[in-house]
Write a protein that binds this ligand. Structure first.
Ligand code: 5AD
Ligand code: SF4
Length: 479
């Protein structure tokens, strides 16, 4: 019986969380994780549909398994996540040897379906309803939020965890496939979220990142009262053991003062806001149906900076959206120059069939121009990121140590001393020399160098006050 599992995950934090939950559920059934499809009896792809490239990569990976499957017909191949919901039966057409297609709203069925395929053979497809297939309530019910008990071993570090506070999206930006594949916006109850975070704290988790496609639109009626994200932060802030709270991704129009003030007033909340602008040009924003003008976006930035001057703000941009002229692109460059984001993620527009953008507007910007604009915007942003990191040199920061740095992993470092990576509360990456016992700790470091993406620091070893010596505790050399 197939109990060796290989899973490949692409896409956003929601997918990373879904994979963690899926693997946790399968481990309970006796599955063991392996690091290559060759060693596995069950191969799962957790997929993304935000850009065509992400989908094509999965089809290529599936293509490479065609032979494997012909030699080992017992191996089970499953496609789950957004592409499963988006392409449905098409996955079987393009890769007929796939056994399972499972939408993100059907994740809870995974163990049972794999068991069923093992026992009875044949293909299975389980997806949620299309948004216009039935009443809103019925469609909502077909997207199940799957957040069962957690398994800290399944996370990259047990000290950090994603917590889903809502699913779906109702904004329908014209370029975006998410409302179609992740379904209607639905917020989870604060009680359920609180229970989950308490359990994470009991397992040793110190930092939580609350997830939602438009996380600051979070809103539920509970005991006759409206609970928004700001109220939820107050409740989660009370939970002992949790030291840091972050949330992504924010929608500009729903960035209310009460939320920013909650972040300012609650010391565990990171002063970090990922709030994608997508474009700096009103005509393009209108075509995207983002629901705001660049002036409104600027006011929102000013509101954050007025309350939290040191806040780290990051953004996403799409270049080469339908009708984006040189002049409109220059307006985006201007916004990036003046907004001074900590960093920006920049994407070339990729038309997604089934969205208004793809179905009603021509994809009229040549790929070469998209590429050029992407590079130009990235260069401006990188220069700002580098400039904005310089003032940190010589300062002290508290970092949550995440684990060995990428360099350390590449070098295959192990043992007592190695290069570690951690993050400041404003989400800046800090690299320093340390030892494995420091992983999971929050440590003070002195920053001695910086580039656009990384701060370089060294652990401050003299921060342990004399009271600890009086209590008879010998501080470790690292703390
Ligand atoms: N093409 C390119 N980028 C896209 N994004 C979403 N849809 C598309 C698309 N069709 C980007 C947006 C979003 C980020 C997660 O991905 O910038 O904020
Ligand atoms: Fe997509 Fe817009 Fe919803 Fe973000 S807000 S997930 S870009 S539709």
């Amino acid at each position: 019986m197939g109990k060796k599992l290989y899973i490949e995950t692409v896409g956003c934090q929601m997918n990373m969380l879904d994979s963690e939950l899926a693997v946790a559920a399968l481990r309970k059934e006796g599955y063991e994780l392996v690091d290559s499809p060759k060693k596995a009896d069950t191969i799962l792809f957790n997929t993304c549909s935000v850009r065509a490239h992400a989908e094509e990569k999965i089809y290529s990976a599936l293509g490479r398994l065609k032979h494997t499957k012909s030699y080992h017909p017992d191996k089970i191949i499953g496609v789950m996540g957004c592409m499963a919901q988006n392409h449905q039966e098409t996955v079987f057409k393009r890769a007929p040897y796939v056994d399972l297609v499972l939408g993100p709203g059907q994740l809870h069925q995974l163990p049972e379906l794999l068991q069923d395929i093992q026992t009875n053979g044949g293909r299975r497809i389980e997806v949620s309803l299309d948004r216009r297939a039935a009443s809103r309530k019925t469609v909502e019910a077909s997207f199940e939020s799957y957040d069962p008990l957690r398994d800290p071993q399944m996370r990259p570090t047990p000290y950090q965890a994603f917590v889903r506070i809502m699913i779906g999206c109702d904004k329908f930006c014209t370029y975006c496939i998410v409302p179609k594949v992740r379904g209607p916006e639905q917020s989870r109850s604060p009680e359920e979220i609180e229970l989950e975070v308490k359990q994470l704290a009991a397992e040793g988790c110190r930092e939580i990142t609350l997830l939602g496609q438009t996380v600051n639109s979070y809103k539920v009626r509970s005991n006759g009262q409206t609970v928004r994200l700001s109220d939820l932060l107050v409740r989660l802030h009370e939970i002992p053991g949790i030291d840091r709270i972050k949330f992504v991704t924010n929608y500009p129009n729903d960035m209310r003062a009460d939320l920013v003030e909650a972040v300012r007033d609650l010391p565990k909340c990171s002063p970090y806001f990922h709030v994608p602008a997508q474009s700096g040009c009103n005509e393009v924003l209108k075509g995207m149906r983002r629901g705001y003008t660049v002036e409104m976006y600027r006011d929102m930035l000013a509101m954050i900076r007025d309350r939290i001057p040191e806040a780290a703000i990051t953004s996403d941009f799409i270049v080469g959206f339908c009708g984006e002229t040189d002049a409109s692109f220059e307006k985006t460059m201007q916004l990036v120059r003046e907004a001074r984001f900590k960093n920006s993620f920049i994407f070339k527009y990729s038309p997604r069939p089934g969205t208004k953008g793809a179905d009603q507007l021509p994809d009229d910007i040549p790929d070469a121009v998209k590429k050029e604009r992407n590079n130009a915007l990235l260069a401006v942003q990188n220069q700002i990121s580098e400039e904005d990191n310089q003032p940190f040199i010589g300062t002290q920061a508290e970092i949550l140590v995440e684990g060995p740095s990428k360099t350390s992993q590449k070098r295959g470092e192990s043992g007592h001393s190695l290069q570690l990576t951690g993050r400041t509360t404003c989400d800046r990456i800090v690299v320093f020399d340390g030892n494995p016992r420091q992983i999971g700790q929050i440590l003070p470091v002195r920053i001695y160098d910086a580039n656009a993406f990384t701060l370089f620091g060294s652990v401050i070893t003299d921060h342990v006050g004399p009271q600890l010596f009086q209590l008879g505790r010998v501080p470790s050399p690292s703390s």
